[in-house]
Design a protein around this ligand. Structure first.
Ligand code: ADP
Ligand code: MG
Length: 340
């Protein structure tokens, strides 16, 4: 396994109290595989990614428990200089906002080239040639002419391509893309996502794709992990989850995607607000918003349990087993049945 996050807990200790941002996350990604991490804003998606990358804001952040195994080695046991080596060459991250992630006073060629100068000891001249090659690879037109231009001279979509080029430069085995297309126009979003997926396949990288938009992941992800209040509440192969969600929260997310065939109808929205992370409700954190909540949901935290189908006559859409499916809902069975 390329990356395995085990029982990760992260809190932020602030003047106002302790925010429990990540509360026992488990997920894994293999080479050549794309895991989409989905959930509303504040569910702990980025904090988990920052912990993996080793760029968490410590303090106020603190990893209180867990392991992050990268190629079998627990990153949390490494010294900062060892982690720095892994960043860039082993794993890299793409952020939502390219403009604030790129250096405004260096040309894109210098920034791309820097990766090769620092990590590979290349000469400036060779590094510039590499920069042009990378710009070509992410399909920036007229790379040779534009290599000396500054980030603000590029459009949002082109800047995001430059971010992708930076992340890919040293051909890392893992890429974490945190809302990589959220700031872009819809048409440009699809192009950037296609490019990312294509490079990921070509280089056989593991990809963690963080998004709050179920719509963008259907075509590119293998598996989906749905996060709520710092926990994974459902995990499944992507197509399974669309057909039959096994958690009422996932179901709510699916129902709130606009659909072309239901134009004009009122869009469903999950009622209520995400929980206050300084005061997460007892039991299932989703219970105050859940249409299915019973007494047990208000007292007992549901474990992330294997989902099995006990169809009397298994069919293609309802097989008897559900490999890789997990749900943290006391009523996952009933939720599955709702969808069929
Ligand atoms: P998202 O799922 O939207 O990416 P995040 O992982 O960024 O959510 O954040 C989860 C929660 O962690 C936030 O709602 C906030 O309470 C807390 N948090 C994140 N970063 C910080 C920080 N630098 N200082 C204090 N609290 C933070
Ligand atoms: Mg985020």
């Amino acid at each position: 396994m390329l990356l395995e996050v085990r029982d990760l807990h992260v809190e932020f200790r602030t003047r106002d109290g302790v925010a429990k941002a990540v509360n026992g996350v488990n997920y894994s990604v293999d080479a050549g595989e794309t895991l989409a991490v989905l959930g509303e804003s504040g569910s702990g998606k980025s904090v988990t990614a920052q912990a993996i990358m080793g760029i968490l804001d410590i303090p106020p952040g603190k990893i209180t428990q867990g392991e992050i195994l990268f190629q079998g080695e627990d990153l949390l046991k490494l010294k900062e200089d060892q982690r720095r080596k892994i960043r860039g060459a082993g794993m890299a991250m793409i952020f939502q906002d390219a403009l604030s992630s790129l250096n405004p006073v260096l040309s894109v060629g210098e920034q791309l080239g820097e990766m090769f100068v620092v990590h590979r000891g290349m000469s400036r001249k060779d590094a510039k040639a590499k920069a042009i090659e990378l710009m070509d690879r992410v399909r920036i037109p007229a790379a040779k002419e534009r290599v000396g231009q500054y980030p603000h001279q590029f459009s949002g979509g082109m800047r995001q391509r430059i971010m992708i080029a930076m992340a890919m430069a040293l051909e890392p085995s893992l890429i974490i893309a945190d809302e990589p297309t959220t700031a872009l126009d819809v048409t440009v979003q699809a192009q950037v996502m296609d490019l990312l997926a294509e490079l990921q396949r070509e280089l056989n990288m593991g990809l963690i794709l963080i998004t709050h938009d179920l719509g963008v992941v259907a075509d590119v992800a293998d598996d989906i992990a749905v996060m709520y209040a710092g926990r994974i509440v459902e995990q499944a192969p992507v197509h399974e989850i669309y057909k039959r969600p096994a958690h009422p929260y996932t179901r709510g997310l699916l129902d709130s995607i606009p659909r072309l065939d239901q134009k004009g109808q009122e869009l469903y929205a999950i009622k209520g607000l995400p929980p206050n992370l300084m005061n997460i409700p007892p039991g299932c954190a989703f219970n105050p918003r859940c249409p299915r909540a019973q007494d047990i949901c208000r007292t007992d935290v549901p474990p992330l349990a294997d989902v099995t189908y006990d169809a009397a006559e298994p069919t293609a859409t309802a097989p008897a087993t559900a490999p890789g499916r997990k749900s943290a809902c006391h009523f996952w069975k009933e939720t599955l049945d709702d969808a069929s």
